[in-house]
Design a protein around this ligand. Sequence first.
Ligand code: ADP
Ligand code: ASP
Ligand code: MG
Length: 413
Amino acid sequence: MALIVQKFGGTSVGSPERIEQVAQKVAKFHAAGDDIVVVVSAMSGETNRLLALAKELSNKPSLREMDVMIATGEQVTIALLAIALNKIGVPAVSFTGAQVPIVTDSEHGKARILTIDEAKVQAQLQAGKVVVVAGFQGVDEQGNITTLGRGGSDTTAVALAAALKADECHIYTDVDGVYTTDPRVVSRAQRLDRITFEEMLEMASLGSKILQLRSVEFAGKYNVPLRVLHSFKEGPGTLISTEISTDKNEDSMEQPIISGIAFNRDEAKLTIRGVPDTPGVAFKILGPISAANIDIDMIVQNVAQDNTTDFTFTVGNLDYDKAFEILQATAQEIGAGQVAGTTSIAKVSIVGVGMRSHPGVASSMFEALAKENINLQMISTSEIKISVVIDEKYVELAVRALHTAFGLDAEQN
Ligand code: ADP
Ligand code: ASP
Ligand code: MG
């Protein structure tokens, strides 16, 4: 008998009919004798609908109250699923994050899970019940409701799986696994049988929204066997594992150099021109940005002949206005020139552990983009990824070109 944590995303619970289908699926596992904990998201569109409601009232709503509001989306789904399970004769009980409790820090809107008390869940499992837990939410030590950031139900599922020492964690969604890139953008993207935690971490952090980044971090840290599957179609899905090739029959020579391509349209670029090229200047520029709790992604600095430099970096779109304002004040203070910026950029990245042993991957990437006449505004590399910043309007073109250039296109039939 196994303990399985199953997570169903927004589209999979998007209507009463879908919730019934999910209940049928859960019932099958339960009938086979497994202990089942189900984590669900809000019904598709619900979180956005709630966010828009608050926006009608205020541009700067209290983050605490936002969490009280958006946590309701998941609360509705857990009750509906428990009702659907009961109707078909499966004993089930629902818990909100606070009821479990899943204890988080107090960073409303992007809270981190600190501890999970699994006693209540275990007791209900022991009583033979399916336990349905609200994704995306927790409670801080003062009793305030918190949420884990967009896509956070993935993290709830993996964290619960870790706390319960589950045998498996299944992430059910509207695609049948992790693909070489978003199948909505590249129709010839291919499902991967396996991907390493390391690669999945990069893919998630570089913008692939299939799994929330923190869920992958958790899975890697606690070694939770994680599989992404289609909610309603049978299939092997994608296993996220420590090593790509544990099966001796698999020919590791055939592992592709690049496993996947990620892209992120939610970034913005800022440049401060004519910065005096003196020690400590990067700190003077980025210190106030960090102090304002703004995450910085890529940074580029080059020294011009007149001993001044242009300093460019990227931040998330949502932080753009704030960062621009801070940078203007800094420019005055340090005697730099103009501040410029744009939100119409995107980051495109290729990811693969195979890069370690294959030189020349970067030049192949740049060649493919050059052929499409796409200008590279920034470049950054690490051991298993290469990222470029380009004009947002070329994202899809770039992703398709790279997908083809690295031999990832599926055969067409
Ligand atoms: P859920 O609501 O189930 O959490 P999400 O919308 O968060 O589902 O994630 C599933 C979506 O992720 C897919 O519909 C797909 O468009 C997108 N996606 C992005 N990158 C990938 C990828 N590499 N492989 C598969 N899906 C991807
Ligand atoms: N409902 C939340 C969101 O839309 C969390 C999730 O679906 O994972 O982001
Ligand atoms: Mg998701």
